[in-house]
Design a protein around this ligand. Structure first.
Ligand code: SF4
Ligand code: SF4
Length: 244
């Protein structure tokens, strides 16, 4: 970085370099395997190791959840026909993103892309998992709609039962090598709606080209960590030889 270069400009320059490396590898992959030209998208990368979920993290999560559940139960069960929460709407609008109707397989493509990144956004989940009262009210309403009698204790026990034995060091308590250990219905509104800038870019690229495959590269602030060809049928990892 030159003395006058701002941190943002430096990060942009690094991203441009990392994207160029990914494009080079994608080109080599096409030369080897054939196929049409595809978008190449840069995503973040989680490069943490896993550890046993610390007892202190488990306790901190449950303590906090207990308070959040008490807050959610201080109100009557929500009418579930009401629109999604303001929190979820805001998250979606912030990202400027909506699931494109023109690509029915987009959830699978997103799943494979997030699998290549390994959940960098989940590292912000800490011992809360973004589970605010709003999300707990939604979960309570959904379970009640399903015919369950939901108490504060039963809900806490349900969340506790999904705490994993191991997770990524310092990340969300539910963040494991297999993805989020919580079933989607129990995740926060924010977790269920969030898309990062890279995924939004991937979506725009596929919608504008009409394609359903792309090369997705996962990089930290310095190195490319992973590259994969993502298609509706799954993803194929591409070795990073001669790059780093
Ligand atoms: S939304 Fe973005 S940061 Fe989060 S797991 Fe997916 S690709 Fe990674
Ligand atoms: S609850 Fe799941 S989706 Fe949400 S931050 Fe934690 S691991 Fe990620």
């Amino acid at each position: 970085m030159s003395p006058r270069e701002s941190p943002i400009a430096a990060q942009r320059a690094r991203n441009a370099r990392l994207l160029a490396q990914a494009e080079q590898l994608a080109l080599a992959d096409r030369a080897e395997h054939g196929g049409e030209e595809l978008p190449v998208i840069l995503l973040p990368a989680n490069s943490r190791n896993t550890v046993e979920l610390p007892e202190a993290s488990r306790d901190a999560f449950l303590d906090r959840l207990r308070g959040t559940i008490a807050e959610a139960f201080s109100e009557a069960v929500r009418d579930n026909s009401a629109p999604m929460s303001a929190e979820a709407d805001a998250a979606r609008q912030d990202a400027g993103w909506a699931l494109p109707a023109s690509i029915p397989a987009m959830p699978d493509i997103i799943g494979a892309s997030c699998g290549t990144c390994r959940g960098e956004c989940c590292t912000a989940g800490g011992t809360h998992g973004f589970l605010h009262a709003d999300s707990i009210m939604r979960v309570r309403a959904q379970l009640t709609d399903d015919g369950e009698t939901v108490t504060a204790e039963s809900l806490e026990a349900r969340y506790a039962s999904y705490l994993p034995a191991r997770h990524y060091r310092g990340s969300c308590v539910f963040h494991t090598t297999a993805g989020c250990h919580l079933p989607r219905a129990l995740r926060s509104n924010l977790c269920n709606r969030y898309v990062c800038g890279g995924l939004a870019q991937l979506t725009r690229a596929l919608v504008s080209t009409g394609q359903t495959s792309a090369y997705v590269a996962a990089a930290d602030s310095v190195h490319l960590r992973r590259l994969a060809l993502v298609t509706v049928a799954g993803s194929r990892a591409i070795p990073l030889r001669d790059v780093n």
